[in-house]
Ligand binder design. Sequence first.
Ligand SMILES: Cc1ncc(C[n+]2csc(CCOP(=O)(O)OP(=O)(O)O)c2C)c(N)n1
Length: 665
Amino acid sequence: MITAEMPVKFERRKHKDDTLLTLYKNILSPRMIEEKMLLLLRQGRIAKWFSGIGQEAISVGVATALEQDEYILPMHRNLGVFTARGIPLNRLFSQFQGKPGGFTKGRDRSFHFGTQEYKIVGMISHLGPQMGVADGIALANVLKQNKKATVVFTGDGGASEGDFHESINTAAVWDLPVIFVVENNGYGLSTPSNEQFRCKQFIDKAIGYGIEGVQVDGNNVLKVYEAVKKIAEEIRENPRPVLLECITFRMRGHEEASGTKYVPKELFDIWGRKDPVQNFERFLLEEGVLTEEMIEKLRAEIKADIEQGLEIAFAESIPNPDTATELNDMYKPYHNNGQTPSGSKSQKRLIDAVSDGMRLAMRKHPNLVLMGQDIAEYGGVFKITEGFVEEFGKARVRNTPLCESAILGAGFGLSINGYKAMVEMQFADFVSEGITQIVNNLAKSHYRWGQHADVVVRMPTGAQVAAGPFHSQSNEAWFFHTPGLKIAYPAFPADAKGLLLTAFEDPNPVIFFEHKALYRSITEDVPDEYYTIPFGKARLVKEGNDVSIITYGLGVHWALEILNEQPNISADLLDLRTLVPLDKEAILLSARKTGKVIVLHEDTLTGGIGGEIAAMIAEECFECLDAPVMREGSLDTPVPMNAGLETNFLPKARFKEKLLKLLSY
Ligand SMILES: Cc1ncc(C[n+]2csc(CCOP(=O)(O)OP(=O)(O)O)c2C)c(N)n1
């Protein structure tokens, strides 16, 4: 095991001068930028800084060893990745300052950005989710058979997150060519290693995943470079993940404002002697590769570059915020008018329509990959993908290990690398295991750095199946409240097929709800051909004058049942079909016509979508209302299993009462 006491030892081997000088230049640059940043910080000219001083050999060794078009997923101490990839400094500095010349239009901070141009996918603050994204990027490379490696970084602290386990395990099972670089720097914020993990070293963890683990001196740029070069060469040819542990030390605080009081002073002395830049410089001088004059010249060049970059970035003005641009940038532009199918139709249950839609989508989009637990030979727990492996093969119809976060992350990674992904949640309830990937990665990336997430998350949802609190939840409101997602929730088989095909065409993330109680209970004629139904267009299932019932999913069928029982009620029954985008126009049109509105949903009442719709109606057409907008939803409890309790929980009976109350208002 490499320890703090061991000196940094370089071996020349067969490295050419050019290689050594490139490494030197690449490692000197981030050090000099950081020194400048610390100065600017003290002058109050920049706000926050996460320092990678002392760890530069890792970023630089990795980025220099890889091919320029291989994806790197760095973290917050990897400035050297960005500089070694050749990003112009003015753009980096603009990014650090939240200026438009950066990569996020001022929307995200220092290293929180990606760029397809430089094949870098920057982090989200949550750290671990990066690793699942790397899996997806690597999977796309495997499917393209392009012999590319991918590198993702994590700190030792981040490695305590479940994502570390999920992603490495998935990469192992799928033989994905990913190098998981663990920067073991002794601390996660203030928490020392012995309070973070119990193993002696991270390469021991590799054994548990059945993969190779390699440990290197993370302060030795040559060792990191050699290790990455060798591993990358191997895994390009023979795809598999490798865990690369780099032993290093964080020479400054977690971020500059947080200080280093909790770190014993002697550690700084020991590691100060192992400085990755000075030691490498000394070695190159001894080898005669570098001279003092060359160092001076190079330093002057880098300094001039930094000054020039800063000048441009500081001079850049920040335009006034434009609300329309902010909102428009939430999604990659996509428009769909839908088609009216004219060919043959066959009777289909909702489940058959979903299956049919997915099969047609797989035929239409050769870059669409399906992922989910037990979806391959077994056909999924609802048998929706039965027979898919035979037609599309196992590469595109993938059983996943039991891990939602890594797979949702992989969906995003596939999208970054040119694919479309479908992730099936075995039950919508289980999405909570992968929530960060949806609400922080899929939903936010287009707004943050212009990267769309072409991922459909299929969600078998809902109650009335006596399945208890963890197989029955309605959780659409979790996503409704998250800008950046689209949400479809069909109530009929033909809608399910058309909306699903739209979801696969749309390059944005779509959360697609399928009600389990409707899977096999509703049958109708469904067009056999390929067709799409535009999002954001509600459907008037019944037309009337006295009241508007606004609902979706199972609620549509409850309302229909009651209206069929009571033909004297003249109601508009509006099935929203998609919750995001929401068909405001149709809602308001109906509300204005009838003057009485009730919103019904299966989800629990408090904080449900009904509240939003009721508020919108109150705000926009108060004058045309003859009664307060009413809502009915499930009780504010978990979904109980016992059928009697479940019926009591669900809003159907209460809805009927409330509807009659509203009519008599
Ligand atoms: C999910 C999550 N929890 C907590 C944090 C706050 N946080 C940011 S960095 C950090 C420590 C990370 O330590 P490590 O992964 O070892 O990286 P290092 O900072 O040492 O490079 C913590 C706790 C976070 N960003 N995300």
